[in-house]
Design a protein around this ligand. Structure first.
Ligand code: ZN
Ligand code: ZN
Length: 289
């Protein structure tokens, strides 16, 4: 079976020449490359800061005024908003910065990569988009325009988890904000957002209220998007498998869940889950796999 081959194929290391690795380049067209990078920079430097500024400067002050929140409550929510922002952006940026590219041939067991012309560890695979071998390759993320592997899986999974928590929190107070704006109910606006053609039969012009409602819908959609992905990836982490290996039930091992979690989140996992900038070294047996 292919997966058994994958875990057992052994081939001695025959070369330490790095020149072929250095010369590999992404195969995609220039347009696809620029589009992928632009998508990432738009999200990190435009969309997320815009949402953050909108929530802090428009939604938050109105809610404080309306609900007559005390100073302690205000400080609590400012800390919570900052915590969400730091963890979402921090984990996203580190997912990009941490490089899981295979830099040198495997010294022990491995499979031979025809493209890179070197022996790679058993769980490392060649990515056709990145055109390099990735250590403990999980999958190629089109959104990040890069592979998720040994060194950035921690940040990727935590990014999804923090987006989910942040969106649950944002939905909670945006719901109050929207109901405050739509004193006579927001059902008609909701219909118009779902089906823009209804604008011709519902005469009320689109205003800023519709934009607020659109944000609320986006929050809810992002809960499902990030929550679904987080569930899938976290389950694989607990089972000790990559996205590819998850197809093979015999490779899943829930009994080693503690070690499996350490292999992704590192020995300082308790800090990693709340502070993306902290270093959390991976155990030795997580490497070279
Ligand atoms: Zn390769
Ligand atoms: Zn890739």
């Amino acid at each position: 079976m292919f997966v058994n081959e994958r875990r057992s194929v052994s081939q001695p290391c025959t070369t330490t020449d790095m020149s072929h690795v250095m010369s590999t380049q992404p195969r995609r067209s220039l347009f696809a490359y620029i589009f992928a990078k632009a998508q990432f920079y738009c999200v990190v430097f435009v969309l997320i800061p815009f949402i953050f500024v909108f929530q802090v400067t428009v939604v938050y002050p109105e809610l404080v005024k309306k609900l007559k929140a005390g100073i302690a409550k205000q400080i609590f929510h400012i800390c919570l908003i900052s915590f969400c922002f730091i963890n979402v952006v921090g984990n996203l940026v580190y997912s990009i910065m941490m490089d899981s590219t295979l830099k040198r041939p495997a010294f022990g067991e491995g499979t031979y990569c025809e493209e890179c012309r070197m022996v790679r560890p058993v769980r490392s695979w060649h990515c056709m988009q990145c055109n390099v071998c990735i250590m403990k390759r999980d999958h190629h993320c089109s959104f990040l325009s890069r592979c998720i592997g040994l060194y950035n899986q921690r940040y990727f999974v935590l990014f999804l988890g923090h987006v989910m928590l942040s969106m649950i929190y944002a939905t909670y107070y945006n719901y109050y904000f929207v109901t405050m704006k739509f004193k006579d109910g927001w059902a008609l606006s909701a219909f118009r957002i779902i089906n823009p053609l209804l604008r011709f039969v519902i005469p009320e012009p689109m205003g800023s209220k519709d934009v607020y409602l659109f944000f609320l819908f986006m929050n809810i959609a992002l809960i499902f998007w990030s929550g679904g992905l987080f569930y899938w990836h976290f389950k694989n982490v607990v089972m000790g498998v990559t996205s590819y290996e998850a197809r093979f039930p015999e490779l899943k091992d829930a009994s080693r869940w503690k070690q499996n979690l350490l292999n992704v989140f590192g020995t300082k996992w308790y800090l990693a889950i709340i502070w993306p900038m902290c270093k959390s070294p991976l155990p030795e047996d997580a490497k070279y796999v």
